[in-house]
Design a protein around this ligand. Sequence first.
Ligand code: DGL
Length: 269
Amino acid sequence: MPNAQPIGIFDSGIGGLTLAHAITELMPQENIIYFGDTAHLPYGDKSATSIQSYSLKICNFLMEKNCKLILIACNSASAAAYDLVKTYVGTKAIVVNVIDPVIDYLNDSWEGKTLGLIGTKQTVNSGIYASKAEALGKGIHIKSLATPLLAPMIEEGFFNNNISEQIIKEYLGHPNLAHIEGLILGCTHYPLIKKQIDAYFQGTIPVIDTSRIVAATIKAILSERDLLIENQSIPTRQFYVSDYTDSFEKSTQIFFGETIKLTQYPIWD
Ligand code: DGL
């Protein structure tokens, strides 16, 4: 598998660009192809069957593009479709989800602790973080809360303002999150509101932004298999969405840190 093959990244929309950004920061030489399924956003309210079907079609696209690794940069799709995607892709590419790297991190650093988790309905109702943490056998307990308003709120540009502060306050004050010793941001949109979440807790507990953890896992996997690209001066970065609007393109600035050009690629019949 030549090292110059791109890293494929997909999400329900442009939220996964927070992860694409973390990856380009950590591995600036790598070629990346991003696919945001904006036609079906949000995934968090969809059935597992629908998310699985969307995910396989996106993987077909990323495999056609010869990706060496496919990152499911969405917690909802990682919860609903990872096993299926992994089987489907087989040996054609390495498949990484955004949940297992966080579980490995908890295993290393959070023995005997109680953590909160916020995410979409799909992620939280799947119970996947809680069951995987439990399976570690290290007494790590996860208390979860679905926070379905947060991703659409962020997509609409409502963050770092009074409205987002009120919504965040309302969710984080929920009894489900009482007495936690840390909070996992279980949605790839949430790094954008980390500052406000930190402000809510006023430094009393750590708020875990998983994008750096996942990016570090990808680097380790590629390095282990000798698949990191070396000595490339200008990497290629391509960004596709299944439904294009100007407003998505404008929002990329918020999620990726710079405005990028989105290409529409409708992958549906
Ligand atoms: N970015 C997705 C995730 O990590 C959430 C957004 C959505 O509901 O589509 O779960």
